[in-house]
Design a protein around this ligand. Structure first.
Ligand code: PGA
Length: 247
């Protein structure tokens, strides 16, 4: 049985005053029936750890190298030191804004594992790719190229995030999500075998909100969500967590 995971990605949002949202979240879910993860900006990690010690934290990116002359970058060790237990890697905004390709995401995942961080590897097609009928091929290629060979259910989570659904309010149909997640599950099983392939969690991400969470969580092979905008406020994220607990 895969434990459900509700992950929040704050992106480039949040300063000290937003930590009250984390405390509110911790208060609203003292014994959550699903795993939680909040990925605030790296500048808030250590304060977030202090403000809400019960909520697992993640980074939003890490460098593939352990240390060195990389101005502005953050290593996996630094994230861990600041209180993170996971890191989002290969988010489509990183792929677009910073030209990250699959091989780099793969190296970053291995760097994360070196520090015991869970890699939350993001994949997903653009609208043009979906309309061309290439969604499965594109996501399958990203999955294969971004996920290292030593992936397990403990060290890796895959987030399927169609680029056209991120921050747009547009969501794929449950049929489209189901087709993709069944496909990704089959790809994982074929590469890693039954045990590992079935243990790696598959999150859906892209405009998840309280009003659509329950129907998305009812889809086969959807093990939770990676939530952007609706994770910033405890009042918005709480009903999504509850929907996942009840799924
Ligand atoms: P969104 O972002 O929920 O705001 O669409 C999701 C994500 O990019 O992880």
């Amino acid at each position: 049985m895969r434990r459900k995971l509700a992950a929040g990605n704050w992106k480039m949002n949040g300063t000290g005053e937003n930590l009250a949202e984390l405390s509110a979240l911790a208060k609203a879910h003292p014994e959550p029936g699903a795993d939680l993860l909040i990925c605030p900006p790296a500048t808030l990690l250590s304060r977030a750890a202090a403000a809400a010690p019960s909520i697992p934290l993640g980074g939003q990116d890490c460098h593939a190298s352990a240390s060195g002359a990389h101005t502005g970058d953050i290593s996996a060790e630094m994230l861990k030191d600041a209180g993170a237990s996971a890191v989002i890697l290969g988010h489509s905004e990183r792929r677009t804004d910073h030209g990250e390709a699959d091989a780099e995401v793969r190296s970053k995942s291995e760097a994360a594992w070196q520090q015991g961080l869970t890699a939350v590897i993001c994949i997903g097609e653009t609208l043009a790719e979906r309309e061309a009928g290439d969604a499965l091929t594109v996501a399958g290629t990203q999955l294969a190229g971004s996920t290292p060979d030593a992936a397990t259910g403990a060290n890796t989570v895959i987030a399927y995030e169609p680029v056209w659904a991120i921050g747009t309010g547009r969501v794929p149909t449950v049929e489209q999500i189901g087709e993709m997640h069944d496909f990704l599950r089959a790809e994982l099983v074929s590469r890693f075998g039954e045990a590992t392939g079935n243990a790696i969690r598959l999150l859906y991400g892209g405009s998840v909100k309280a009003s659509n969470a329950a129907e998305i969580f009812a889809v086969n092979n959807v093990d939770g969500a990676l939530v952007g905008g609706a994770s910033l406020k405890a009042a918005d994220f709480t009903p999504i967590i509850t929907a996942l607990e009840n799924a």
